[in-house]
Design a binder for this molecule. Sequence first.
Ligand code: ADP
Ligand code: MG
Length: 624
Amino acid sequence: MNDNNKKIHIFRSEVKELLHLMIHSLYSNKEIFLRELISNSSDAIEKIRFEKLYNPEKYTKNLYIPKIQISINKKEKKIIISDNGIGMTSQEVIKNLGTIAKSGTKSFLNQIQNIKNKEKNEFIGQFGVGFYSSFIVSDIVSVYTKHASNKTKYGTLWISKGKGEYSVETVHMEEYGTKIILSLKPSEQEFLENWKIKQIIKKYSDHISIPIEIENYDEKTKTISWEKINEAQALWTQNKNNITKESYQKFYTYITHDTEKPLIWSHNKVEGKQEYINLLYIPKKATWDMWHRENKHGLKLYVKHVFIMDEATQFLPNYLRFVKGIIDSQDLPLNISREILQDSAVTHILRKTLTKRILKMLDNLSIQNNKKYQKFWNIFGLVIKEGIAEDSENQKIIANLLRFSSIQTNNKEQNLSLKKYTENMITEQKKIYFITSDSYKSALNSPHLEIFKDKNIDVLLLSDKIDEWMMNYLTEFNNIKFQSVSKADDSLEKLISTKNNDNNDNELNNFIAKIKKILNNKIKDARITYRLKNTPAIVLTDSNDMSTQMAKIFSAAGQPIPKIKYILEINPTHPLIKKIKKVKNEQEFSNWIELLLEQSILAEKGSLDNPHIFINRINKLFIL
Ligand code: ADP
Ligand code: MG
């Protein structure tokens, strides 16, 4: 081979952007470059192990035990990291080290501009653009790599200064694998110390299952030797009793790149019909892409301790997508593909038991450590709510996990459980009352709540977008039915009915009859209510009709909705109603009635179909 095969390539624009960002903002935690490179080497070794198991003829014989080796060249100011993993073909080098394949890169880059420096590196780590972090400390990065299926004596050399371009050329290479040479910046010479490198590896990579060795040079005998730095036994395969809290936490950081410690975890070795080990973590924070539906979430899958795939989504329902960890099955075949995994009976059983285990873990947390649970709820509550609709089988336990704001907690933070709510119900109360609205404030101030406040009956205040949808699926809790306070409800009328039952009051009956005549087909019904205090009138939807909040969600999504006909309820004790009752002029009277309906709809919906008519009407009544 001669030198003429060298080709210059330009980085894709998102890589350039990312490189720039990283080099300029990740100084505070620059040592992560080592974690990232070791993690890539470890992935590559796990890949070739796996490939060789069911495709042995395709690959060169493995002469060496899989390992990652690090040497330091103080004189030339270089760190060299090599592995005998699967390596890359020349096309793969260009694809993997010249572009970012991950979907959502653009939105990621936009998001990261707005983040505090301190959190940036974490973000980057989670995004998994690890390789480029080598440019934080290096002036030049050279990658020698040869794919394990390549039986020639040539591999690929990739070189870049991390600016706009990189070069790719064919070079002589005997063994497959990857060797990365970092030419350190003058300011980063601290990484040329053996102890420093060892310290970083202990910190981040102690529990990866592949041995990491560092080169020691003996000045006297002028010989080199290799020293193993990490424990190199997969954490989850070890006996629970021998694993420290710190080890669990470090391992979490290793698999998630989340620098924050996990909230809780559950490590189980199960033997019997199904044999498997799971190590599941609940994070403290949401990942940047929790709401990106197109991005994969899931567990790392191992079969008989061999790594099979990342982000195996099949083992958890979507509403538990924030859970991180590992599942290591004895029962699945090694050569399993994502498609087969999807339909496998083993997968279905595992998914069921893991789901229950996680829900149980959360339930226990809520009982044993409410403060911790509250933290969890504040971050992941919205996702858990999806479970109510998604997982009817586990609805009961999910309902236990829900937390709400209510009139009586008087707190925007959702911290009231349904269990507590039902314990605090007044004796005559037969239902769990709730209201859905656009915001906590508008829920709290809704006129629907007046009577409940008055009678000391608590009402759940629901203002998350998903709530209306969730309440369609959540119909009861411990055999107690849910009831929207903005819907017609006979049991409420009974509950609040006072002695002055005015059904026989002729004057009021006439008044209502006149209202019905005026509003005619604009409303479904009109009636007297005693549920109001400071409000003259409200509108309700009939018990089987679509709620206002649901209609809003539908129309925001561009879906057709049937026109809602409301029930108008009048508060006979309100001074305005008393005044209107006395109005003699028919024209004026009907203007007042129309106004009552319009203002009630405005309070309910937050908008009117035709605000002009409403304003004109008010003005007219003002001038009178
Ligand atoms: P990620 O690891 O999240 O995919 P990286 O930027 O760390 O992102 O690496 C990009 C890709 O480059 C990897 O997915 C892998 O395909 C390839 N790669 C990096 N390092 C190695 C290595 N040592 N051996 C083989 N392939 C590697
Ligand atoms: Mg990586």
